[in-house]
Design a protein around this ligand. Structure first.
Ligand code: ZN
Length: 334
């Protein structure tokens, strides 16, 4: 699905008919103006300036202007490479000198979007090591991502990306490689950026395993031993619950059974807990019965995805349920 369910869709035409890309990177920008997503749209709609897929306002209001599988123009050589891969880009409101940090609301949205990009497009959980390396970055990270150099998105935000946003994306996406092998240092790597790629491994673990001391200098081509991940980290993530669409639809149509009686279908509770997490249902209704409160909450979820009328009747359909599962950690079988 090239449209992120967490964003308001404001399609930018005719840019949405630009060439297709296979997205392999997520690049974050600052627009050097305190603009809302709507204002960004107006700017891009009335000029030939370099648009992004997403626009993020100060209060965390996020819009999507182009499908993630269509080229956007903000990233120079990373817009679309000869092999058809390219970057998804995000513009964000900032002050007019791009000196301010992202607000908490912006940071939260960037993290959620970063997790979705990993799940939806398999963008690997690492900071791009080269301009074409799949992963995550900020605009100024690689020279080839701008035509004549850039300071975007400003020093505070570049710092937030490395120390806050990107680690939270890795944590939220819930996985990375396991340690217990070697890693060859690439240009631009730091011990922290390497450690982020391995589950349960800290940069201090890598420093210790390789007898590195302050100032922890590493150089491209150097082979580092990566210790096995921390003892407390689970070897494999727990399997995701599976929700059977036809049983769920049946429950939505035939419930409520009386509260306090046996659970009619356990998958109903998985979906209810996801609706609780989305802020659409009170925790007390997550009882495994797909009753009227749950139907009402699910209808709100459908409306949030842009469905109206009978398409938002509160009886789950495959697309809306899959969207919810992608966000809240279950898979759908039909
Ligand atoms: Zn930029």
């Amino acid at each position: 699905m090239p449209w992120y369910p967490g964003a308001t869709r404001i399609e930018l035409k005719p840019e949405s008919s630009q060439p297709h890309i296979q997205p392999t990177q997520l690049i974050l920008h600052s627009i050097v103006a305190p603009w809302s997503p709507r204002r960004l749209y107006e700017y891009w709609a009335n000029s030939t300036s370099l648009e992004s897929h997403f626009g993020l306002g100060y209060s965390g209001d996020l819009a999507q202007y182009l499908p993630t599988t269509i080229r956007a123009d903000a990233n120079a050589a990373a817009n679309r490479r000869p092999d058809g891969t390219g970057a998804i880009s995000v513009e964000t409101a900032s002050n007019t000198s791009a000196s301010d940090p992202w607000t908490d609301e912006q940071a939260e949205e960037l993290i959620a979007l970063g997790i979705w990009v990993h799940r939806e497009h398999n963008v690997p959980l690492r900071i791009c090591r080269t301009a074409s390396d799949p992963g995550y970055g900020v605009h100024k990270l690689h020279r080839a991502w701008s035509t004549s150099g850039t300071a975007c998105p400003g020093p505070k935000r570049a710092d937030q990306f490395v120390h806050d946003i990107f680690p939270e994306i890795v944590r939220g996406a819930g996985g990375s490689q396991s340690g217990g092998g070697t890693y060859t240092v690439r240009s631009g790597d730091t011990l922290s950026s390497i450690a982020l790629g391995f589950k349960g491994v800290t940069w201090q673990d890598i420093a210790r395993a390789n007898r590195l001391t302050e100032p922890y200098v590493i150089h491209p081509g150097q082979r580092l031993t990566i210790p096995a991940g921390g003892k407390t980290a689970p070897a494999t993530p727990p399997p995701k619950p599976v929700v059977d669409l036809s049983r769920l639809r049946e429950a939505a149509r035939t419930d409520p059974a009386k509260r306090g009686t046996a659970v009619s279908y356990s998958g109903a509770q998985v979906v209810e807990l996801a609706l609780v997490a989305e802020g659409l249902l009170s925790r007390s209704y997550a009882d495994g019965h797909f009753g009227t409160a749950t139907v009402r909450a699910y209808a709100q979820w459908q409306q949030r995805l842009g469905y109206t009328g009978t398409a938002a009747d509160g009886v789950p359909g495959k697309t809306s349920l899959t969207n919810l599962g992608n966000r809240r950690g279950f898979t759908v079988k039909d």
